[in-house]
Design a protein around this ligand. Structure first.
Ligand SMILES: [Zn+2]
Length: 161
């Protein structure tokens, strides 16, 4: 993969394979000024296994909505593989990598990890991981340097979504 034109990447290290982080950043760079979005499959042990870049069908440049046809196909592929969608990512091309008030107002699956790709104060792309429940976001990668446990382990269920 070519060097990231936006400079060094600050990634949610340890939560995601580096290759998936690179794909998220590439999607954010290539989709700008629109927001990028995609989904990540997890296996039964809570490990991320596959990333899907999806089309953002929202007409507003600063919003996103995963293409429902792609979403449905990914759910079917996950079911066939005995896996589940465990994370959603999207980008803030001009904003910080944290959930916006609009992001917090959506009634997400509480088990999902949300990867936010946005800009640091110096303009570099960064990825942060959050849990969003009841309109509140909890950062999952804060303090990892102090040796906290990985936060991407997810419970598995087979409810249709
Ligand atoms: Zn957002």
């Amino acid at each position: 993969m070519a060097a990231n034109p936006a400079g060094p990447v600050i990634a949610a290290r340890g939560l995601l394979p580096d290759e998936m982080s690179r794909i998220m950043i590439a999607d954010a760079v290539e989709s700008a000024p629109k927001e990028a979005c995609g989904l990540v499959l997890y296996d039964q042990a809570g490990r991320p296994t596959r990333i899907y870049r999806t089309n953002n069908i929202h007409p507003d440049e600063s919003r996103f909505e995963v293409d429902p046809v792609q979403h449905f196909r990914i759910i079917n592929e996950a079911d066939l593989a005995g896996q589940r969608i465990g994370a959603l990512y999207h980008s803030h091309p001009h904003g910080p990598p944290r959930p916006s008030p609009i992001d917090l107002a959506i009634d997400w699956d509480p088990e999902w990890v949300h990867y936010l790709i946005g800009r640091t104060l110096t303009g570099k792309w960064a990825i942060r991981a959050y849990s969003i429940r009841d309109g509140r976001a909890t950062c999952l990668d804060r303090g990892r340097r102090r040796g906290s446990a990985p936060m991407t382990r997810l419970s598995v269920d087979n409810r249709p979504r």
